[in-house]
Design a protein around this ligand. Structure first.
Ligand code: APR
Length: 312
């Protein structure tokens, strides 16, 4: 099994580290426009692999040819968020980077499954799909797994008994319009909406939505350990054909009455990528939030299409 990671920055390198530590695949290729960074990180990671007695081997390459025969390609290249910068602000810069990367994936690894991580996630995943021409089941945006981990964190903080099993579910856009689903998130067998009063539920939603921005404020750059953890879960689900339900950004063709955008919904992940799109029963308010998010994404897609037209 071979995974190529494009972008040797914080998220890309942390992802490689987890692939090695968890021995998720046999080979990892790390590619970055900055060869020196990629070389330095790959050497450090090779030594980590040896120290951990891991069977996973990593190497860097300045030639995209080396991504040939990759089962999965993770795109983490781009510019990360700085303080007071929305994920949308990144659109113009990152879409040009995505365009260049996708043309190489098409050339050298046309059968790979692509995991999109660069922000703004849903727009980048849409762009990867359109630019690659791949089936929608093979172009997956990693956003919901991370947002759900952040919601789980917000719930656990408010529990007296921290040993209880918490499973949170966040769908929708990977941004301000995300939809933390109180009725589909559970502490043991109780839903979060049953367990907490309205005030705490609002706090949980707020903490979830601001989870990423809070880290940006501290670090002056965006998060990477939790994003890398979420990427590793998605890669593992694909390579081990786990048939696991995970919230991911996928291109919708009528599901949830939405078409023409990539947005977070629960999907069954296995060796073919997205095997099924799950239809959750949502109440009218939740559906409205999802539809508003889709409309906003459509507006951003117009910007993305314009940038691509001007630059290709
Ligand atoms: N090809 C390959 N690598 C590129 C290219 C390109 N055209 N352009 C930029 N890069 C590389 C940079 O050289 C850098 O090493 O992408 C890497 C990005 O790393 P960081 O700046 O550390 O950003 P990171 O925190 O890893 O975030 C990457 O993931 O979560 C998202 O919002 C985040 O869009 C951002 C992406």
């Amino acid at each position: 099994m071979k995974v190529s990671v494009i972008g040797a920055g914080n998220v890309g390198a942390s992802t490689c580290y987890l692939l090695i530590a968890k021995e998720i695949c046999k080979n990892v290729i790390l590619v970055d426009i900055n060869h020196s960074i990629a070389q330095g990180k790959a050497t450090d990671l090779q030594q980590a692999s040896i120290a951990l007695v891991s069977e996973t081997r990593i190497k860097t390459s300045s030639d995209y040819k080396d991504i040939e025969n990759s089962d999965i390609i993770v795109i983490t290249a781009g510019v990360p968020r700085r303080e007071n910068m929305s994920r949308e602000d990144l659109l113009g810069t990152n879409i040009k980077i995505i365009n260049e990367i996708v043309s190489n994936i098409k050339k050298f690894a046309p059968n790979a499954i692509i995991v999109t991580v660069s922000n703004p996630l849903d727009i980048m995943n849409y762009a990867v799909l359109k630019l690659s021409g791949f089936q929608r089941s093979k172009v997956i945006g990693m956003g919901g797994i991370l947002d759900s981990a952040r919601m789980t964190h917000a719930i656990i903080k408010r529990l007296d008994d921290k040993s209880e099993l918490v499973r949170a579910c966040v769908i929708g856009a990977h941004g301000e319009q995300m939809l933390p689903l109180l009725s589909h998130s559970f502490v043991g067998k109780k839903s979060v909406s049953e367990l907490f009063d309205e005030h705490i539920c609002k706090e949980i939603i707020n903490d979830t939505k601001l989870g990423g921005a809070k880290i940006v404020k501290f670090l002056q750059t965006s998060a990477y350990y939790a994003p890398a953890a979420a990427i590793s879960i998605l890669i593992e689900a694909i390579l081990k054909d786990k048939k696991e339900t995970l919230p991911c950004s996928v291109y919708l063709e009528g599901e949830y009455d939405i078409s023409g955008v990539s947005i977070g919904v629960p999907v069954l992940i296995g060796k073919n990528g997205v095997e099924t799109i799950k239809q959750l029963s949502l109440d009218a308010k939740e559906l409205e939030v999802l539809h508003i998010a889709a409309l906003e994404l459509k507006e951003q897609i117009k910007i993305a299409d314009r940038v691509l037209k001007e630059n290709i």
